[in-house]
Ligand binder design. Sequence first.
Ligand SMILES: CC(C)=CCC[C@@H](C)[C@H]1CC[C@H]2C3=C(CC[C@]12C)[C@@]1(C)CC[C@H](O)C[C@@H]1CC3
Length: 370
Amino acid sequence: MAVQTLEPQDHGRDAQFARAMHGESGTMRGGLTSLFRKNSETMKSAVDGYFRYWTGKSIGEQTNEYATRTKLYYDLVTDFYEYGWGQSFHFCRSSYGESFSEAITRHEHYLAHSMNLKEGMKVLDVGSGVGGPARQIAKFSGVHVTGININDYQIRRATCYASKSGQAEDVRFVKGDFMQMPFEDKSFDAVYSIEATVHAPDLEAIYREIFRVLKPGGVFGVYEWVMTDNYDDTNPSHRDMRLGLEMGGGIVNTISNRRDALAAIEAAGFEVLHQEDLARREDAIPWYWPFAGRMSYAQSLVDCFTVVWLSSWGLSASHKIFGFLESIGLAPAGTKKTADSLALTAAALAATGKEHLFSPMYLMIGRKPL
Ligand SMILES: CC(C)=CCC[C@@H](C)[C@H]1CC[C@H]2C3=C(CC[C@]12C)[C@@]1(C)CC[C@H](O)C[C@@H]1CC3
């Protein structure tokens, strides 16, 4: 295993930066309402700081500042994610007759079910976003969920949502780098992670850290971002598509292929109970449908808007709209650049999804031996 250098932490500095950039927007309605309340100058420094990583370096050679980069990425995209996607930052399987939010919830329940979570368990959510999955899983399984997150703004939003939904006793959110978690060995009965460990600089190292905090006999469940067996690293167009995912997704390392992800979880010490790429199930509606540009996948008027707005036409219109809002000072500096970067990911998701080169839902369930 390659030895990964851990990034030194400075929580005081992070908190100060978050206060300066986000002000009180962490407790407001999410999405554009919060986006328009940023401090423009600090947001600009976040944009410059984040995008500087993409100049003159190749992916996989720039993993040292993994925590800073992930933090900055989520400082920039969280409001976009909430406005365009909701409070659960992940993909899901979909079926006809099921709304987008039902499908998202089903994906979360499916993980909890596959892990056999039971009432009263102490569960860790690694990379907990604004807490959509944690609140849902705590409710579904009757467990207590601790979320660990590197981004102060997301922690604030997650904590706020939990108290609004009356779940302040059932979920809590802790600031920290998931590569060096502030928990004792063997602290949790179960650990899950939904499309978050792809932000790690080294997959085996994050799985080892999860192994450490899990009790013997405890289960780890993950939806991992992977390149599938169809992906050919020697094919320049495949590589470009993968790079698009990495750049727009704030990913510091190259996205692992499925076999390497499986090898990493095994090397970390887990006994693999189940592994399956859920994107390969014969679903009538593919996981990447919002980006596929096909009206036949839309099931409601809102879905129709989603299809238009996430089409190349819609994304170039939003480029112009955000540019205009930025120029009149309504949107903070860097809004257009962030939206453009997400548009790149949207295109890469559609392309890699259609060609089955990538999956955001490679499910692995591992057990820490007794
Ligand atoms: C980045 C990782 C590891 C996980 C997040 C997965 C998804 C929730 C996001 C990946 C690409 C994102 C985009 C949006 C929402 C969240 C994602 C689907 C937007 C729809 C948000 C609104 C913007 O105008 C367009 C974005 C396209 C990409």
